[in-house]
Ligand binder design. Structure first.
Ligand SMILES: [Zn+2]
Length: 109
């Protein structure tokens, strides 16, 4: 009784599962390309990948804990300073409902 045939992935941050196409993909480039962790807007790059919801909250959490660098490179120093900014703009571009991207202003603690 499958409702959809699209592959499902889970968000690295909140673990919620979604249609692969609805999540943002981050991939680690091969060493010869620098080994950096980058956004993969097409979802087609080869390499070790991880996914995150196109949600400000998840992206911010990932940014603070350097989640992708650790998950993919095992090394927070593989950071791409622009990674999370790119994820954020992709998430906002993808949002069909702009309110989603500004709905919460998590208290800074
Ligand atoms: Zn999430």
């Amino acid at each position: 009784m499958k409702q959809r045939h699209a592959p499902v992935r889970s968000c690295t941050v909140c673990r919620q599962t979604s249609d692969k196409r609805e999540l943002l993909r981050v991939v680690r480039l091969p060493e010869k390309e620098g080994g950096q962790v980058v956004v993969d807007p097409t979802g087609k790059r080869s390499g070790r990948g991880a996914y995150v919801c196109p949600e400000v909250q998840c992206i911010e959490k990932a940014r603070k804990s350097r989640r992708f660098e650790r998950a993919l490179a095992g090394d927070a120093n593989a950071a791409n300073p622009q990674l999370y900014d790119e994820l954020m703009s992709l998430a906002q571009a993808r949002s069909t409902n702009p309110i989603t991207s500004i709905r919460s202003d998590p208290p800074m603690k």
